[in-house]
Design a protein around this ligand. Sequence first.
Ligand code: GLN
Ligand code: ZN
Length: 772
Amino acid sequence: MTSKPAAAAARATVYGYPRQGQNRELKKAIEGYWKGRVSADALRSTAAELRRDNWRDLAGADVDEVPTGDFSYYDHVLDTTIMVGAIPDRHRDAVAADPLDGYFAMARGTQDVAPLEMTKWFDTNYHYLVPELGPDTVFTADSGKQAAELGEALALGLAARPVLVGPVTYLLLAKPAPGVAAGFDPLTLLDRLLPVYAEIISDLRAAGAEWVQLDEPALVQDRTPAQLSAAERAYRYLGDLTDRPRLLVASYFDRLGEALPILAKAPVDGLALDFTEAAAANLEALAAVGGLPGKRLVAGVVNGRNIWANDLTASLATLGTLLGLADRVDVAASCSLLHVPLDTAAERDIEPGILRWLAFARQKTAEIVTLAKGLAHGTGAITAELSANRAHLASRATSRITRDPAVRARAAAVTEADTRRSQPYTERAAAQRARLGLPLLPTTTIGSFPQTTQLRGARADLRAGLIDGAAYEERIKAEIQEVVSFQEKTGLDVLVHGEPERNDMVQYFAEQLTGYLATQHGWVQSYGTRYVRPPILAGDISRPGPMTVRWTAYAQSLTDRPVKGMLTGPVTMLAWSFVRDDRPLGDTARQVALALRDEVNDLQAAGTPVIQVDEPALRETLPLRIAGRAAYLAWATEAFRLTTGQSRPGTQIHTHMCYAEFGDIVQAIDDLDADVISLEAARSHMQVARELAGHGYPREAGPGVYDIHSPRVPSTQEAADLLRTGLKAIPAERLWVNPDCGLKTRGWPETRASLENLVAAARAVREELPSC
Ligand code: GLN
Ligand code: ZN
């Protein structure tokens, strides 16, 4: 097809790299700047150094083309908002007064102005700031950041490619600005936005860009014909510009689907596709359109969002198939390496043999370079790498960690009956009523109480060896006493122990389950300067012993009121971890569910009358494309029911989810068969109560009456009004009174005052109920 073998040109590249630096220097500098301890100049120079380190890292590893513009002080979608001048009116003065402070005001808000809303970037745990657009939005080009960062990389003598959020994805991620009708479709602004992109692209050309990458991950979701034709229009327009750099349109996280033929035909110069999970579908679609003659194909064969070593032999085979389908095939990670930690070498606590199964950003970069070399020069050029890789994969496949026969056998023996409680809800409800003796409109909380600096300090002291296990245990017990006595005094009906012993609701369990790995330095950006260290689901999961019973039982020993046990559900245990790539997710969920099922049983045996299994992540791991959702929801709800399936009729099972919009999964929520569900509702004025009622939800629910995302104390009146609104949708026999979510991020003073008001509101509204 091409005169020169495509393979000879194969180059290695990535779309983005972890931003924080080896020791999270960026976090420290930014937070120092917020506190006034670091000057703007010092922050800028730290940032510039980190960018330079990343480029040197990449170039040193023999990456041929480095990305630029992927760096961000907070979020790359916010950077795009600045780039196209879509600054909300309420932030304009701040941005005009000081661009850096204005930028942070948009991200975090100030005393007087609310920040932009934050939400998940596709199905990852990275959060972006949602653009706010309206019919009056005026876009203006500001290529300053992009051009400057390109300049920095070029000055190092590197081949560099600016990476931008594409115009279609930008608009599809936006929402109507406050005050704009909810029906407003930001995509109607496309024709206004395109000339601004044209200007930016031309500025980048002037600044020396040979290629510019436009990321369009939104096109891997199900799209309407109108949205697809917008994509077609956009890339015809940008492609037809004269005197432009070459354009690479990148997609990731799933197959491009209907958008692939559109982009293949568009007058752009290259496409980047995800050849990890979406490999088969993308390959097939690519072959169906006759390949990409005359275009560059960037093949994302190294998974950019998991932490497993690549199967180099399999990737080479994929790349080999692609060779005939494009003018030139380059090798990349499937998406930005922003979603993985920096370097496995920092993990001293993981056994070397196991560490070799893993690949973080640096290791993935090396894999990409190896694959590009293999593609260009044949496998003979990478024999050593291939054989080492085969050995690591084999050691993983045959390890006792990844295959525990007892766990496999138990999971295989699960039957439908194991996932069903012995009695239907109505009978269980009667047994629970008799056992618990709760008033109408019972009050409870979601689980955690304030995680004070003293608590965190105690954990740090334990880790540092400054206090021993016994002393730590005493600290936790003292905290539980406080929390229990406060709840009794305040008059809450179903108490909790407050979760003081938990560093994080997933990590706490991961550390106690066999088959999970913890990292010491595996930080990944969640949002802004918040980084998390997701545990790694490395092997078959089992529970060596009870994980929570001690604390729950201790709390119960202090009071006559029912204490609610607290577990993190199987779906959330997967969603906030790095998952296996060698087993279906549903299998792992089932193993985790069986471990949690044993915990439920141990809690029951210890006399725990109420058990809450939190599933705040149920909705966020919903597959991007509708076609995948039914299968996901089937294993997800099965795993929850398997966790709770052996609970006795008199054990009341609660679940909790913290989101207000759950329209797409209300049936799945019903399928969990939990006796009680608590949900976020305060800000949306009980919208969820109406939605549950509209669905005919038959069990008990606690739509939150206290917004815990703010330090504001809701008045008794306010909480009572919300409760009355809730009663219009859900009858008093099935309505609970609780906050929106856990209280771990709150301080004690506001927590105290708010819960007192919540209890007072429940009492006031109970008085208004007709006596039966
Ligand atoms: N039980 C947990 C808590 O209260 C639930 C947290 C969550 O929903 N994210 O902290
Ligand atoms: Zn929550």
